[in-house]
Unconditional design. Structure first.
Length: 344
């Protein structure tokens, strides 16, 4: 029900996805009458792998967190996440209010043992024609070194499972590649990751800069949510700016239109490679269940990619991998010494 377009986008995306994935089953959560009307419009009201679960409320894009958490207990967002908690679904996908989705998911599912804060992880394209995973992208704007350390561990597990990479490389986003660069949080995080690297637990590359994201220098880029979200929005803005500028220039006169016609094949290839829709679907890592967030402005093609990422995560058993590896890699608090028997 969420996002800028609601069922007019999510339902066509769901129909297209189940046609492409014969083993997938989707539960469509929200206002039943609205959902069934949209299914009927697309002649899919009787599809055997699409079921409808009624939820009487929906979280609006401008709803405060308290409203989403405490007042709208029958929202489509909450009911969908409860399906994951109850084992009736393996993942939840939403295009709704990001803050509300994270708050509700954290409240309903709880965080994994050893994880202080969930992180938002998504992917970006790179020169090597592969994905660069990046986290956190906005869930935690203020972080300590142990939070970034946990993000690196969770990112490594996710990439290992999703991309079938035995030892994915991890880069720490910084203002320079030298060890002396960065604030104290970044420097302390680097020490933790280097220690993991030396004992063979993680494949830590070192500090990376913003341009390394698109070079494909590393598989995973780690940063706090403030930096990550600003980076993400800046990249999206530049992509839109370049697209609009190219369209405008190619339409300027007959000669530029002819140049566009000649280069149409290359332009289509570039557009496909950098189409943001292909990279839609950010995962909330660190929860006891899989939750994926789609852009609120996503069209049906883009939202289908978010469903696909959730399906792939469930199919690759990412949650079990996360639980196992977090238990092995997360630093443990030192055991407190036993005190002698005493009376108080």
């Amino acid at each position: 029900m969420g996002g800028d377009h609601g069922p007019s986008v999510t339902i066509p995306a769901a129909i297209s996805f189940v046609k492409a994935e014969p083993d997938a089953e989707l539960i469509l959560v929200g206002l039943e009458d609205v959902i069934r009307a949209e299914l009927k419009k697309h002649h899919a009201e009787a599809h055997p792998r699409l079921s409808v679960l009624h939820a009487s409320e929906q979280v609006l894009m401008d709803d405060p967190l308290e409203v989403a958490l405490r007042r709208k207990k029958d929202s489509s967002m909450r009911v969908a996440i409860e399906q994951v908690k109850d084992g009736k679904a393996q993942a939840a996908v939403s295009a709704g209010n990001t803050g509300a989705l994270m708050a509700v998911a954290r409240y309903v599912l709880k965080t994994m043992a050893g994880v202080d804060r969930p992180a938002i992880c998504s992917i970006m394209p790179n020169e090597k024609d592969g994905p660069t995973y990046m986290l956190d992208l906005g869930a935690n704007v203020d972080c300590e070194s142990h939070h970034l350390h946990q993000f690196a561990i969770m990112g490594s597990v996710l990439v290992g499972a999703m991309e079938n990479i035995a030892r994915p490389t991890i880069g720490l986003l910084n203002v320079g590649t030298e060890d002396i660069k960065g604030n104290e949080v970044v420097k302390q995080t680097a020490k933790l990751l280097q220690a993991d690297h030396e004992r063979g637990a993680l494949n830590y590359y070192g500090n990376v800069e913003g341009n390394d994201i698109f070079k494909g220098t590393v598989d995973i880029v780690v940063c706090d949510g403030f930096v990550g979200n600003v980076t993400l929005k800046a990249v999206e803005g530049v992509a839109r700016f370049m697209g609009n500028m190219l369209r405008s220039e190619f339409k300027r006169n007959i000669f530029t239109m002819l140049a566009a016609l000649i280069g149409m094949g290359a332009l289509k290839s570039i557009k496909a490679k950098f189409n943001p829709a292909r990279y839609n679907g950010a995962s909330f890592l660190g929860l006891r269940g899989l939750v994926f967030k789609s852009h609120g402005s996503a069209d049906a093609y883009s939202f289908e990619w978010a469903i696909k990422r959730a399906y792939d995560a469930a199919k690759n058993d990412v949650l079990a991998h996360l639980s196992t590896m977090i238990a092995e890699l997360m630093p443990r608090d030192p055991v407190a010494p036993e005190l002698p028997n005493s009376t108080i």
